[in-house]
Design a protein. Structure first.
Length: 164
């Protein structure tokens, strides 16, 4: 009788293990660029601006993109009324925001030691200096390599303005 119970227990255990192996597994997938920005309160102005400029769907697409993301403090440092004026002019806002985006996923280690002029999605070039930290034009990357499912975000301390 004991042997039959042991065999029944062993059979039930094998069945349970087999069923557990077939159960769907939860896989953690990084969020996309917009979700990462939206989850961080220091990027609320950037998310509002991307929405007003009609860029959210693009930044949620497959990409990959590298975004130099100005913080709320960077937007607040612009002259009074600038942000409000840009929010009322989606075309001008889109031109500025796409100047913060380069095609491809570029991490800080790829920029280290480099001095490059890189074409943005806007069409104009930004100057990237990776010889002592990373700078983009006159902005400093204050947090690098925030990895997204569709690219990379680098937090910057200044809003980049394209050449006029």
């Amino acid at each position: 009788m004991k042997r039959r119970n042991i065999l029944a227990f062993a059979g039930a255990s094998v069945l349970a293990i087999g069923l557990a192996a077939c159960a769907p597994q939860t896989v953690s997938v990084p969020a996309d660029i917009v979700d990462i920005l939206a989850a961080n309160p220091q990027f609320s102005t950037l998310v509002t601006a991307a929405t007003a400029a009609g860029l959210v769907d693009t930044l949620k697409s497959a990409g990959p993109f590298t975004v130099f993301a100005p913080t709320d403090a960077a937007f607040a440092a612009l002259p009074a009324g600038t942000v409000e004026g840009l929010l009322a002019d989606p075309a001008a806002l889109a031109a500025i925001l796409t100047y913060h985006v380069i095609p491809g996923a570029v991490t800080s280690d790829q920029l280290a030691g480099q001095r490059l002029n890189v074409a943005t999605v806007n069409g104009a070039n930004v100057h990237v200096n990776g010889t002592n930290g990373v700078r983009v034009n006159n902005a400093t990357v204050t947090q690098a390599d925030i990895i997204a499912a569709n690219g990379v975000v680098h937090r910057i301390d200044t809003v980049l303005l394209p050449p006029s």
